[in-house]
Write a protein that binds this ligand. Structure first.
Ligand code: NIG
Ligand code: FE
Length: 395
């Protein structure tokens, strides 16, 4: 048994009900002059520095802020190639469309397992260096029996939060035969992918899958014991958000074009609305209205959606900064959404908070307040991270 005391924390964001209220800044459960004891990968004690127990080793946080590690509940980081050319064209006025996914499918199918593994590992290292300690990873750039199985299997080498997204778009070889492709997804493809997956997801949007097809796919996944997540209302309004609520999805992601009915449905549910600021940044679409959701009582998460098409950022701090600047969130709400909100979107209680028994996933900033994450956009503010109690430092 080994223990480490992190002491002299100027501002500790716990997100813990032990220290929190339920609204605004109070929800962060902030403690001043605090310390945290980490023992064998778990948090063993939280309290004032002055009362801290002794430990095998001591880390002095020198008055800086410490937060739960970011929980990035939406990423697509197993893929080949990139789409820098598509991004450049978009910045000259081209419109984003779901069809771009197919070009990444070609590059992914022609990449070897070892190439995909190395790439994924690189993104996860990049994420950890930026304070992300839990990552959900989706398939969705294989779109054949063989390649979807490969992607979920490779993702499962790195995370327990693996999502089968065989229904990302209809692949070119099934053009005009979408229902035949759905048959494959809910049949043989689900059979080979379910053993490696925790979740099922579908892109329920014009140009991808209809609400009827989405229902079929999600229900088939749920019948196999997979949890439900949905991509919906990214490119326009639709029935995907209500379908997600009806199926008690853990999360419905994007939520850029919402009707009042969608907001009411979300507010009365345990489905988290996961907002992905990197997408609107990179597609030049209007940002989702986080304020409207929060005011209605909806639980909101922020995630990167890291993927080569619509959002090629792995930075949760960037998402926080954009959400504060352009989506009506306060810094406290955005930090909560990127930590505890992400955990809620994955239905996890052991991450996204700093309290006794939780996983020792923490981030120390090069700043004395969490506000700096929004206040100093683009600045590398992560000084140290702990994942499962294992410490890494940047510079
Ligand atoms: O979440 N919306 C669907 N899927 C991804 C985009 C994937 C791509 O363009 O390659 C997303 O934004
Ligand atoms: Fe996505």
């Amino acid at each position: 048994m080994s223990s480490e005391l992190i002491t002299n924390i100027g501002q500790l964001v716990t997100n813990s009900t032990e220290f929190t209220g339920t609204q605004g800044v109070a929800r962060l459960g902030v403690l001043a002059d605090a310390a945290v004891l980490v023992e064998d990968g778990r948090i063993a004690w939280v309290g004032p520095s002055a009362d801290a127990p002794s430990a095998d080793s001591v880390t002095d946080a020198e008055g800086s802020a410490v937060l739960p590690g970011f929980v990035d509940s939406h990423s697509h980081i197993v893929f080949g190639g990139d789409r820098a050319g598509e991004f450049e064209a978009r910045m000259s006025g081209e419109k984003y469309s779901a069809g771009g996914i197919r070009s990444t499918v070609g590059a992914t199918r022609s990449a070897s397992d070892e190439q995909l593994r190395a790439r994924t590992r690189g993104f996860l290292d990049e994420m950890l260096a930026q304070g992300t300690t839990t990552v959900e990873v989706k398939s969705g750039y294989g779109l054949s029996l063989h390649d979807e199985e490969r992607l979920v299997r490779l993702a499962a080498e790195f995370t327990s939060e693996v999502t089968f997204l065989g229904a990302h778009v209809v692949p070119a070889e099934f053009a005009g035969r979408a229902d035949d492709y759905v048959d494959l997804v809910v049949g043989d493809m689900l059979d080979v992918c379910a053993p490696h997956s925790k979740w099922i997801d579908v892109f329920c949007e014009t140009g991808a899958f209809t609400v009827e097809q989405s229902r079929r796919i999600l229900e088939a996944g749920a019948a196999r014991g997979l949890g439900v997540r949905v991509h919906a209302s990214q490119l326009g309004p639709g029935a995907g958000v209500r379908l997600a609520v009806e199926l008690d999805a853990a999360s419905v992601d994007h939520c850029t074009f919402l009707t009042d009915e969608d907001v009411t449905a979300l507010a009365g549910s345990s489905t988290v609305a996961t907002l992905l600021p990197g997408v609107e940044f990179s597609t030049r679409q209007p940002y989702p209205d986080a304020r409207r959701l929060l005011d209605a009582g909806v639980t909101v998460a922020l995630a990167s959606d890291c993927n080569p098409g619509s959002s090629f950022t792995s930075s949760m701090a960037f998402c926080i900064a954009v959400a504060v600047r352009d989506m009506g969130m306060t810094p406290a709400e955005a930090v909560w959404a990127a930590t505890a909100g992400g955990a809620a979107a994955l239905r996890r209680t052991d991450v996204g908070r700093i309290e006794v028994g939780a996983r020792a996933d923490l981030v120390q900033l090069r700043a004395d307040s969490y506000v700096h994450l929004a206040y100093r956009p683009g600045v590398p503010l992560i000084r140290r991270t702990w994942k499962n109690g294992i410490r890494s430092s940047s510079r």
